[in-house]
Design a protein around this ligand. Structure first.
Ligand code: SF4
Length: 328
């Protein structure tokens, strides 16, 4: 592990000033992801700006029905918040399916949004990786790629996005607010994480020195129910092989509106507008769910070891939809 300078900020303005536009500086909060990568010599910050004392720990119901979540709200506090349990159960279920209790107690909302891939080649500095070292190649393309993505991949990177929380937020609709040298700006959640394309080292729409201050969930869809289904090799402390966040509002026996997001199979938290279109106005039957699953995975591309993820993801979609529509 390399040495780095450490500075602690007291408010947002001080944090962004301490960071500046310095490419070699990073913000640190819970540290559950960043410290791992510093120890592995994957990330080499020369300065860490500690933001743990910033006043960003509140969850606030807004007058228009939205829910504003401070960047430093822990995954545990968010999962058990009364508004989340009542109006956004899919998010609570997604959060509680991730990591372990100990990690959720310190992992933050913004840190979860910023979480980086678990691709083993990315986490091994001795192996080629275009994300870690642009132009060095991709060890996973011809290597062991059982856990890698089947949607959103490129010839340069097939790493899967690891977050469960982000899949729940993707289904609910949200806005990420950042503060930085250029002032405040809002980024739609769906546009925040970037596809790898030919620049897999660029993972998000965040400029140097910008700090996430809060995430605001859209107002809940009237009458909607939600469910997060996560399929994995073991039942706890494991990343998804495929997961589905389903939010569905019914009108009698027909689906009035549906939101579908997928995890474990995409290079970013994956919103499937194709599946949503296939569900809208249709009866809540297994046949409808299967059509939506086919639509969601129509663009999937498998590599040597991960073809099984395509039928697995379809099953996750069908099961999540069957569960959520049975809740009426
Ligand atoms: Fe690196 Fe992406 Fe290839 Fe993994 S899949 S080795 S993160 S370029």
């Amino acid at each position: 592990m390399r040495n780095f300078d450490y500075q602690r900020a007291g408010d947002v303005a001080e944090a962004t000033a301490l960071h500046g536009n310095d490419h070699s500086a990073d913000f640190i909060a819970g540290g559950t992801n960043l410290i791992d990568m510093v120890k592995l010599d994957i990330m080499r910050p020369q300065r860490l700006v500690d933001v743990n004392r910033l006043p960003l720990t509140d969850i606030e119901s807004l007058d228009d029905g939205r829910l504003k979540i401070g960047a430093l709200v822990t995954n545990t506090d968010l999962a058990y918040h009364e508004r989340v349990l009542a109006d956004y159960p899919v998010l609570s279920e997604a959060l509680l399916s991730g990591a372990s209790t100990q990690l959720r107690n310190v992992a933050t909302t913004a840190g979860n949004v910023m979480q980086r891939t678990r691709c083993p080649y990315f986490r091994n500095p001795a192996r080629p990786c275009n994300k870690r070292e642009p132009g060095s190649g991709c060890g996973a393309l011809e290597g062991i790629n059982r856990n890698h993505a089947v949607l959103g991949t490129s010839d340069h990177c097939i790493a899967v996005h690891p977050s469960d929380m982000c899949v729940g937020m993707q289904a609910l609709g949200a806005t990420i607010t950042v503060e930085g040298p250029g002032g405040t700006r809002d980024i739609p959640f769906e546009e925040y994480h970037l596809l790898p394309g030919d620049t897999p080292e660029r993972e998000h729409d965040l400029n140097d020195g910008e700090l996430i201050t809060h995430v605001t969930l859209d107002a809940p869809i009237d009458g909607a129910r939600g469910h997060y289904l996560k399929l994995r090799d073991r039942m706890s402390y494991e990343f998804a092989l495929a997961s589905c966040a389903a939010v569905v509002a019914m009108d009698g026996d027909a689906i009035r509106e549906a939101r579908i997001a997928l995890g474990g199979i995409g290079t970013k938290p994956w919103r499937s507008h194709e599946a949503e279109a296939a569900l809208s106005g249709q009866p809540a039957t297994e046949q409808t769910f299967e059509k939506a699953a086919e639509a969601a995975m129509a663009g999937a591309v498998a590599h040597r070891d991960n073809a099984f993820k395509i039928p697995l993801a379809k099953q996750a979609i069908v099961r999540a939809l069957a569960t959520v529509t049975a809740q009426r």
